[in-house]
Design a protein around this ligand. Structure first.
Ligand SMILES: [Fe+2]
Ligand SMILES: [Fe+2]
Length: 282
């Protein structure tokens, strides 16, 4: 077997703040990874907190090898310009749909833009070198991006109801094909870092096991979107999660406080609350 990756991650953007009083929360997500292969940033939050929290937790945004984007939503990509300021040029990895023009209809009938809040040209001028890929790919030895995740379970429908994107000038239903997760092979099994898990956390786990051939899950960390996905999906996801060997479950961001609290009871022995500044070693 390949040499496992060792390191630690620190959550730099999340909805919940616990611990250092100076840290700031926002509806967004970002993880700083320090490993024996180098330093990586997974997502950038919404933009209002990443640089501030990196300073609070003494994380050097200038030392990144690259930036990985889980998907194009603004709460994961909005901090890109802030991070690019620390680099002359840097690779930014993601799916081509991160630049999709996407909207969400709100209950009051208004429409909200939900995509990446900057143009590709602007970000390239700021130093981003986009490396876009739809498929499962190796980022570095032991680091993989899932690529598009097959939507196979019948209960992971997410909250796609009133989202749409503009493709070839036409409004089409938006299922967030760009949703990718980061997979790291560690000594104790797979570390799965989710952005929002719009593909469904069970679909993601199944795809991760299939593509890496590793079926022990050391940890799952990140946004599960279960806070927005409805009761049926939540119950079926909980039942399905219990069928895997998972050592640590750290759901954050779009999981929401209510669902996170429920999961903390269902998975008492393996559950940890996610928050800005949370460190996890692997
Ligand atoms: Fe999100
Ligand atoms: Fe999202």
């Amino acid at each position: 077997m390949m040499k496992p990756v060792k390191g630690s991650l620190t959550i730099l953007a999340d909805n919940i703040v616990v611990g250092k009083v100076e840290s700031l929360g926002e509806h967004g997500f970002s993880v700083y990874l320090e490993t024996d292969k180098g330093v990586y940033l997974f997502d950038t939050g919404k933009g209002g907190t990443i640089v501030h929290n990196a300073t609070v937790y003494k994380k050097d945004l200038a030392s990144l090898r690259n930036i990985i984007l889980s998907h194009g939503h603004g709460d994961h990509t909005g901090g890109l310009p802030e991070v690019l300021r620390f680099h002359k040029q840097i690779d930014v990895l993601g799916h081509p749909d991160i630049f999709l023009n996407r909207f969400r209809k709100e209950e009051d009938g208004t429409e909200r833009y939900g995509g990446i809040p900057y143009t590709r040209g602007y970000l390239e001028k700021m130093g981003a070198r986009f490396v876009l890929n739809r498929d499962y790919s190796e980022i570095d030895r032991g680091f993989y991006l899932t690529g598009e995740v097959p939507r196979e379970t019948d209960f992971e429908l997410g909250d796609m109801g009133d989202r749409y994107g503009i493709r070839d000038g036409k409004a089409v239903p938006e299922i967030i094909l760009d949703d990718q997760s980061l997979l790291i092979t560690t000594e104790r099994g797979l570390l799965i870092v989710l952005g929002c898990a719009h593909s469904g956390i069970i679909n993601i786990i199944n795809h991760a096991i299939k593509m890496t051939g590793v079926d022990t899950i050391f940890a799952i960390i990140g946004g599960t979107h279960l806070g927005f996905s409805g009761q049926v999906q939540l119950e079926k996801t909980i039942a399905a999660l219990k069928t895997y060997h998972i050592e640590h479950l750290i759901p954050g961001h779009c999981t929401g406080i209510e669902v996170a609290t429920r999961l903390s009871r269902e998975f008492e022995k393996i559950f940890h609350f996610s928050h800005v500044g949370r460190v996890f070693e692997f």
